[in-house]
Design a protein around this ligand. Sequence first.
Ligand code: SAM
Length: 292
Amino acid sequence: EVPAIGSPARTQAILNRYHLSAKKSLGQNFLTDLNILTGIVDAAEITKQDNVIEIGPGIGSLTEQLAKRANKVVAYELDQNLLPVLDDTLHQYDNVKIINQDILKANLPATIENQFGDGKPVKVVANLPYYITTPIILNLLKGPVDFTNIVVMMQKEVADRLCAKPGVKAYSSLSVIVQYLHQVNVAMMVSRKSFIPAPKVDSAIVTLTSYEHRDVTAFNDKSFMGFVRGCFAHRRKTLWNNLQGVFGKQPEAKQQIKAGLAQMQLDPGVRPERLTVTDFVNLANTYHQIGI
Ligand code: SAM
């Protein structure tokens, strides 16, 4: 029997055979640890009832494990040189479709309709290209597709930011925005030694799940995200200072900023990193009501 694509020996053989050297510029680090590969598939709870979108199949290590468990896998790979490799390594799986496109330019609703079209749950599973982790995640979370869950590997530092709670250094506008949109959890930590070539940082597998019930809802998601970014523009400065960056320094604006803080019983001298996600939503909604 042929060993799994993600076994160290087979990965090395594939790289040699196709004279491939991992492209740093495309974030190519290939996973060579079967426990991690199956761990990702387990974390996403993939069954034959699920369709999967994969981002960056590389030489097909994760794709193979997904194909064994899912109904169908559609994988976006930007690197044209990997297409003949994937054709070869995945030839025995008839439920895999590779699309040679930049995931950031993909029309996911159209792909889901054309490639799946069966109404089964759609999950996203990927060992992400790390140089575009944040834009990929924000794109997936902002919709329009409502994925059943998203399970992605990323560098540990970014995972820390996504999960960070108020008051810690890693807590940022990204933490607030992502936690507002989805529930975030770390499923597993992954050593840099599990890849060929080894990246400079360790990694984490993160699960993003939509909320069944939200405590608070922003009046408009896009404006809310802009508001949160503005509140964190100068994280060492006070909320009062940052809010003037958001709404302006004119006397009337200042008056309204103060009124909103008072209504929320927030100290103007507080730093943005102290506010919870719920605080940010309530504050944004308060200013929306005030009409600023
Ligand atoms: N899935 C493989 C694995 O786990 O071993 C490879 C993961 S590697 C970290 C990231 C992959 O994403 C590479 O194959 C790279 O070519 C691909 N990639 C990079 N930028 C991309 C983009 N904008 N759209 C789609 N794929 C991309």
